[in-house]
Design a protein around this ligand. Structure first.
Ligand code: T1G
Length: 692
């Protein structure tokens, strides 16, 4: 068996062999690393002069799991289960010394060892479910034996890691090393040898116990939280096998589930998304020599819903922020809303009570734009009107420090026109947060024609430090997300007039995987916001306008597309809405017909994909994956469906083009005809993922 010596080095300390794994950046368990480890393990275990073996990461981390780039390709031995079998057959102790992360196959390998020691800041987890998978190297059988069924279910079906302290408390690790891990791991090995400690094989531990109700309750929870997603359910079934079958039978069950999932569309989508999310942060012409500027203070202009949410992001990151609103009442209301938000997350246990005041202490309120003069960055979040925004920027350009960054949170407006209102357009860009800004992870970072590279780099880095996912986009009306959303908005109105009802359309979108349908979402946001904006630009939306004229603004008025009982947010189908829509169809001469879910999904999503193709062609988005990251983190597109562009590739662009052409003909709407890029890729038999 050939092994590439550099990936695993064996360091000897007396009778202890330390095998250091070195496959940067995260020790992904590629075939090469597995082979190198197998070779080193065999040698160490066969060497009579060696009494114990330690596995450790040479760099910042232990093992981040299987090499995700190898999935979908032929699998080559030695596989992780083979490495674990080698360790379990050993006659001398093998210890996993964990720093950084032990994720997926990395944690499974560690649970295949006889003992585990972790550094105090280590994280341990089985995130496979986030890739549409389940642990495939025995994790579903060994973890419940070590930490119990309920805790194992949470870690495996949830996918979130735990820290070293919790791992010790739960029995997942035997010891925590404060300070440098190596010497403590060495001492542990020497102690185990000296004490002739037993070779504790997890597979030999007693079958974990749990009653059927435990699994039932967990499944019910998943049915609510992860509707239509397969992997979490398989995770539960595999852990259930651990509690009901002998170890090897449980392993075989896990294997069957793994093989079922690894080639599933959901797993392909989530694998694609893993890499798309990491690519989205990279801007080709921003070289490593372009440094981000330090942001130690901020100012937010406008104390409304968005301004308050953005200020919370800064306070949550420990950055002092000044909220500025020229209206004293508005400012007071805005600050009170921020405090209320913190208090409600504290009451839900999402924040320590003491942190409410700590965060509020980082937020100050002021009434004059001049109070933004000292800030490293100023983010404008005033009413969505171009003239008003230009006025604010003209003033800020005079007030703010020359090296301060000026960002606008506009959702639609022309960032270049806003920048042109200043004498320094190079320091202006868009940072489009999503409501509620303290919760939603997406930031569309809008690069203006004059935006300087360090300013762009700073906005990207700042977004990450605010625990957001930044995606760089160009300037156009509605940028990427809202521009595509407007295509869906046009489509929903047509479907209503042609025969579908709000509850039917929402049901189709929820079944597709969205957390909420477009109509329930509109009722939540309030129909009057869009109505005012449409009136402002002379646009119409027959059904939405008719509902607003009837005073139906959504949840806030107890009626919108749905009816809401007093004190309830449950959307109830309303015959009055049907009467309004049917009347409109008649007056507009639109014949009504039965419309089924597959057509609804196609009519809503394919025009968005088509707009996505135009956006790519215009260079407003750098990659199709960026568009998908925007839709998953900004608009609730289900991650197990990858995103609109991935969805189109899965259907096949030739089919997408054909269906769009059909819609275009039937609805006599040329804008639905396949966009040039889509038509070209379809003709070449290629997908968006091949478009560079
Ligand atoms: N395989 C391949 N590449 C990986 C990788 C992996 N497992 N993990 C990270 N990378 C790449 C990543 O694409 C990026 O590349 C670079 O490493 C740095 O990553 C049998 C089936 C470990 C917490 O799901 O969660 O084990 O962009 O930017 O923010 O049961 O990476 O530089 O070219 O994310 O410091 C389970 C996935 C696999 C963990 C580090 N494991 N990784 O975060 O860096 S399935 C996971 C992470 C499995 C077994 C099963 C994070 C991290 P590039 P990064 P980071």
């Amino acid at each position: 068996m050939t092994s590439s010596p550099s990936l695993v080095t064996t360091e000897r300390d007396g009778a202890i062999a330390m095998l250091a794994l070195d496959n940067p950046p995260v020790n992904a368990m590629s075939h090469a690393l597995r082979s190198a480890l197998k070779g080193a393990l065999d040698a160490a275990l066969a060497d009579p002069a060696i009494s114990a073996v330690i596995l450790i990461g040479a760099g910042r981390t232990f093992i981040a799991g299987a090499d995700i780039t190898e999935f979908g390709k032929p699998r080559a031995e030695p596989l992780t289960p083979t490495l674990i079998a080698t360790i379990e057959a050993a006659t001398k102790p093998v210890i996993a010394a964990i720093q950084g992360v032990a994720f997926g196959g990395g944690l499974e390998l560690a649970m295949g060892c006889h003992y585990r020691i972790a550094s105090a800041d280590a994280r341990l987890g089985q995130p496979e479910v986030k890739l549409g998978l389940l642990p495939g190297a025995g994790g579903t059988q060994r973890l419940p034996r070590l930490i119990g069924v309920q805790a194992a279910l949470e870690m495996i079906a949830g996918g979130d890691p735990i820290g070293a302290k919790e791992a010790l408390e739960r029995g997942l690790v035997d010891e925590i090393a404060s300070g440098d891990l190596r010497p403590v791991a060495l001492a542990m090995a020497q102690r185990l040898v000296r004490d002739k400690a037993p070779l504790a094989r997890v597979r030999d531990m007693p079958t974990p116990t749990a009653d059927a109700a435990t699994f039932g309750a967990f499944r019910d929870g998943l049915a609510r939280r992860r509707r239509g997603v397969t992997a979490p359910l398989r995770c539960v079934e595999a852990v259930e096998a651990a509690a009901t079958l002998p170890f090897d039978a449980g392993l075989a069950r896990e294997r069957d589930f793994f093989i079922e999932l690894v080639n599933s569309d959901q797993a392909k989508a989530q694998r694609y998304f893993f890499f798309a999310e990491r690519e989205a942060g990279k801007i080709p012409d921003l070289g490593a020599d372009v440094n981000a500027l330090p942001i130690k203070s901020a100012a937010v202009i406008g104390a409304g819903t968005m301004g308050g949410g953005i200020a919370m992001c800064f306070a949550n990151a420990g950055i002092p922020v000044t909220i500025i609103d020229t209206g004293a009442e508005a400012l007071e209301r805005g600050l009170a809303t921020v405090r209320r938000n913190y208090e409600s997350s504290a009451s839900r246990g999402g924040l320590a009570a003491a942190d409410v005041d700590k965060r509020m202490a980082l937020i100050s309120g002021k009434l004059a734009l001049e109070d933004a003069r000292g800030a490293d960055i100023v983010i404008e979040a005033v009413f969505e009107e171009l003239g008003l925004k230009q006025e604010v920027f003209r003033a800020l350009d005079r007030i703010a420090r020359p090296d301060a960054i000026l960002a606008t949170n506009t959702s639609y407006q022309d960032v270049n026109a806003i920048a042109a209102a200043t004498a320094h357009p190079s320091r202006v860009l868009g940072m489009h947060f999503f409501s509620p800004a303290n919760v939603m992870r997406l930031v569309e970072v809008v690069r203006g024609a004059a935006t300087a590279k360090p300013v762009l780099a700073t906005a990207m880095a700042l977004s990450r430090s605010l625990r957001k996912v930044p995606v760089a986009v160009g300037v156009c009306y509605g940028f990427v997300g809202n521009r595509m959303l407007s295509q869906r908005a046009r489509a929903v109105e047509r479907l209503l007039l042609e025969g579908a009802l709000p509850q039917q359309i929402d049901a189709a979108m929820v079944a597709f995987g969205f957390p909420m349908g477009p109509f329930a979402a509109s009722d939540l946001a309030g129909l009057d916001v869009g109505w005012r904006a449409r009136k402002g630009r002379g646009a119409t939306s027959p059904v939405a306008d008719a509902l607003c004229e009837a005073g139906r603004f959504g949840q806030k008025t107890g009626a919108g597309y749905y009816h809401y009982e007093a004190g309830s947010r449950a959307p109830l189908a309303d015959p009055e809405v049907e009467r309004i829509i049917v009347g409109l169809s008649r007056r507009m001469g639109v014949a009504r017909r039965a419309i089924e879910a597959p057509e609804i999904v196609d009519r809503l999503l394919l025009p968005m994909v088509n707009e996505g193709a135009r956006i790519l062609e215009e260079g407003i988005a750098l990659r199709p994956g960026d568009i998908d990251v925007i839709w998953v983190y900004g608009y609730g597109w289900p991650v197990h469906r990858g995103g609109p562009m991935f969805h189109a590739d899965l259907i096949g662009l030739a089919t997408v083009a054909e269906r769009l052409a059909g819609q275009s003909r039937r609805l006599a709407d040329a804008t639905l005809a396949p966009a040039p890029l889509l038509a070209r890729l379809a003709a070449e038999g290629r997908g968006f993922s091949e478009h560079t």
